[in-house]
Design a protein around this ligand. Structure first.
Ligand code: GLY
Length: 384
């Protein structure tokens, strides 16, 4: 049986796993990654909004701090990726406009604005007319909005491609196979066995398999990450040259209680997202999902029904019980988690890569990662 050995083995080649592998290799560690399709995963579907301020939820201040830290790192992270790979990540400093379509939405947005102000976040209240001056394609009925100039965007597909190349250039060994069993030796995680029959031994094993992180056979009960798939359907439209810019920034709203967002890319793609469905591992694109997205997006920007619809897709967010990621060492020595990023996988890639890279190189848990210990769920379970 083939057996290889590395300092670090990352299980899962989505953008989180790739980012961690890249940073760990840059710290001088011998790194391998196992995934049948490195660069695949939820980032292939995600709209790529980097929106810690406009996606702020009450009670999620620690997650906000992590998101802000990642957002601040994004420009340098994207520039470094481009420098080492020659590939563009589609990072754009567009800002985001969150608008209200009726009086109830406006009240909700005003409360969000007050909450943002209490936290010292940069967010500006605009009247409906001011919103339409910024984005003339908005529906005439828009009642007001929040301009957040610091919430930007990146193209998840380009980002994933660049991270694969960056990993290869940094010497990460990519095993294009599936991990089928965690190896545990003398009470320590010791790598994985693959579907090809290889044993990939490692000093540390990083679990970064998104919403499938809990499914790796061999994981002891006490360290199973409580992740679950949360389906998001997304549409891709094309903005013909003659219609551009169409939208100049990310635009979002809450319509009938559902979040809808429009992300215009520099290359003319317009991404519309996203449903949020608890449907297990189903990634079917449904007529109802497409209908609801188009109906709500049309209320926001009526002119978009003229645009060609070029792609529909569904991805699976790795949800966690508190909507925050699991970062750092687990109770099983040698096993480290980087999973459960839920709605924020694209946003949190740079900070996750940095924090896990630091942990893998030094053994310490950076302060910013401490609130996201994978143990927090297991500790609660014991206390009950
Ligand atoms: N962050 C957007 C979403 O998960 O839909």
């Amino acid at each position: 049986m083939a057996r290889s050995h590395s300092d670090v083995l990352v299980v899962g080649g989505g953008i989180i796993g790739l980012g961690v592998a890249w940073r760990a290799a840059q710290r001088g560690l011998a790194v391998a990654l196992v995934d049948p399709v490195p660069g695949g995963g939820a980032a292939q579907v995600a709209a790529g909004m980097l929106a810690p301020v406009t996606e702020l939820q009450y009670g999620e201040e620690p997650l906000l701090r992590l998101g802000m830290a990642s957002n601040e790192r994004y420009a340098a992270f994207a520039a470094e990726l481009t420098e080492v790979t020659g590939l563009d990540t589609g990072y754009r400093r567009t800002g985001t406009l969150a608008v209200a379509l009726d009086a109830d939405d406006r009240e909700e947005l005003r409360e969000l604005h007050a909450f943002q102000a209490r936290l010292g976040l940069d967010s500006q209240w605009l009247t409906g007319r001011e919103c339409r001056r910024l984005e003339p394609m908005l529906a005439p009925g828009v009642r007001g909005g929040l301009l957040v100039t610091g919430d930007h965007q990146v193209d998840g597909r380009r980002l994933a491609r660049a991270l694969v190349v960056a990993c290869e250039r940094a010497g990460v060994v990519l095993h294009r196979e599936s991990a089928v069993e965690l190896l545990v030796e003398d009470g320590r995680a010791a790598g994985v066995r693959t579907d090809g029959g290889a044993e990939l031994a490692a000093g540390r094993t990083v679990l970064a398999a998104g919403c499938r992180s809990h499914l790796l056979p061999g994981l002891p009960e006490g360290v199973l990450p409580p992740v679950r798939p949360v389906k998001g359907q997304v549409l891709r439209l094309r903005i013909p040259e003659a219609y551009r810019p169409f939208l100049s920034r990310n635009v979002r709203a809450v319509v009938r209680g559902q979040h809808i967002y429009l992300v215009p890319r520099a290359d003319g793609e317009l991404v519309i997202g996203a449903t949020s469905e608890e449907q297990g591992f189903d990634t079917t694109v449904t007529a109802g999902g497409v209908y609801e997205l188009l109906r709500d997006a049309h209320e926001l920007v009526p002119g978009l029904t003229e645009l060609p619809l070029v792609e529909t897709g569904a991805g699976l967010r790795p949800g966690s019980p508190d909507n925050a990621p699991l970062l750092g060492p687990t109770r099983l020595p040698g096993l480290v988690a980087a999973t459960g990023h839920y709605r924020n996988g694209v946003l949190l890639t740079p900070v996750t890569a940095d924090l896990l890279g630091e942990h893998l190189a030094t053994g310490s848990v950076p302060e910013l990662a401490a609130p996201f210990s994978p143990d927090r769920f297991h500790a609660k379970a014991l206390a009950c």
